[in-house]
Design a protein around this ligand. Structure first.
Ligand code: SAH
Ligand code: SF4
Length: 373
């Protein structure tokens, strides 16, 4: 029988469980802090828990959830992708991207520990040092976007909230050895988070918990393919989490050919839901745009997009396509990307062009897991 994943419990359920086991309620908090502040991943590591209870926990619960099977570092060592196996054999991936660090501090056996200043703790400019984690919410994806490696795999299953949380804890534990934290989380790995809405939000709540990991909602971004009812629900919940929408095309014909979901929720409905979101929350929306050579990277396409987005509190994040096996489209060129950005900005829409990270380790959404499924 598969054991229950410890990260699937919230503090309340853990407290109820301890009570039902005849344990004092404060044991729940001790376990919670061990999991989310010390990143323990085995009951034997909890110094303040009596041995019989540790044994019982080990018998009843899985403390891993996502088991690392393989990892790949980009050649510049700034990006690490880890492939995890789930208890039922499906694989998912999560990627760490470091920004503003000259090289990851690899402690040598005989070297002295890095000083706070060297680690950038509490010094000016630490704000620029980011360690962004990209996590998955599903094994595979049902949305079938043609350019996406995860979409090309099809849908396997939803991740539980604990399996989503476990990816973060894995990297938090790894980074804690360098005494640095994860600074940002993007829910942009495998899967469509709004197609697994409840588990994704439960995972975010668990990561937010002030007595636990205490990770600020404002440092989390969720990216969705554009599921309209869930965008509205998300707006009504008035969360502080940032919202990104994968748009990629400014006309329904082109968008439907790239993203089948557009037949159900066409562009204008998605943008209406975005306006509703901005009205409800006062927060800016990000639009994701994968620049595909000769397809959606022309100045004309930028003008159509600008016309659509006029008056909406937003900005566009454009990124050259990461080519995949199952799709013939190619990445835009540097010059075309710059022209696209300029056309948008001339029309009053802010745009940033992001670099592709970890291109040499197939860090694009689902590319590694797709290869091993
Ligand atoms: N399902 C969600 C989040 C995961 S995909 C969504 O679609 O938004 C995260 C982002 O990567 C999305 O903007 C998606 O469109 C983009 N993406 C997927 N495959 C890509 C590729 N091959 N090249 C560039 N971006 C890609
Ligand atoms: Fe799913 Fe997002 Fe990939 Fe589309 S781009 S198939 S929604 S993961």
């Amino acid at each position: 029988m598969t054991k229950q994943l410890i990260y699937d419990l919230d503090l309340e359920s853990l407290t109820q469980l301890m009570t039902s086991w005849g344990e004092p309620a404060y044991r729940a908090r001790q376990i919670w802090q061990g999991l989310y502040q010390h990143f323990y991943n085995s009951p034997s590591q909890f110094p303040n828990i009596p041995k019989p209870l540790r044994e019982k926990l080990a018998n009843e619960f899985d403390f891993v959830g996502v088991g690392p099977v393989r990892y790949l570092d980009s050649s510049d060592k700034q990006t690490r992708k880890t492939l995890f196996k789930l208890h039922d054999g499906h694989v998912i991936e999560a990627v760490l991207m470091r920004y503003g660090e000259p090289s990851p501090p690899t402690p040598l056996p005989h070297s002295r520990p890095l000083s706070q200043r060297e680690r950038g703790v509490g010094v000016r400019g630490e704000g620029k040092k980011r360690r962004t984690l990209c996590i998955s919410t599903q094994a595979g994806c049902a949305m079938g976007c043609v350019f996406c490696a995860t979409g090309q795999m099809g849908f396997k299953r939803n991740l539980s909230s604990g399996e989503i949380v476990a990816q973060v804890m894995y990297y938090a534990r790894m980074l804690s050895k360098e005494e640095v934290p994860v600074t940002n989380i993007v829910v942009m790995g495998m899967g469509e988070p709004f197609h697994n809405y409840d588990n994704t939000m439960a995972a975010i709540d668990r990561l937010n918990d002030a007595d636990g990991y205490n990770f600020g909602a404002r440092r989390i971004t969720i990216s969705t393919v554009g599921l309209v009812p869930q965008i509205k629900r998300f707006a009504d919940e008035k969360r502080q989490v940032n919202l990104a929408i994968s748009l990629h095309a400014a006309e329904d014909g082109l968008r439907s050919s790239m993203m089948p979901v557009n037949k159900k929720y066409p562009i204008e409905e998605v943008l209406d839901a975005c306006r509703y979101y901005v009205n409800q929350t006062g927060r800016r929306v990000t639009f994701e745009w994968a620049l595909i050579n000769g397809v959606n990277d022309t100045p004309e396409e930028a003008k159509k997009l600008a016309a659509r987005l006029k008056g909406l509190l937003c900005h566009v994040n454009a990124i050259p396509l990461n080519p995949t096996k199952g799709y013939e489209g190619q990445a835009t060129t540097h010059e075309r990307a710059v022209r696209f950005k300029e056309s948008l900005e001339q029309a009053g829409i802010p745009c940033t062009i992001r670099m592709r990270r970890g291109i040499d380790i197939q860090a694009g959404c689902g590319q590694l897991a797709g290869a091993s499924e």
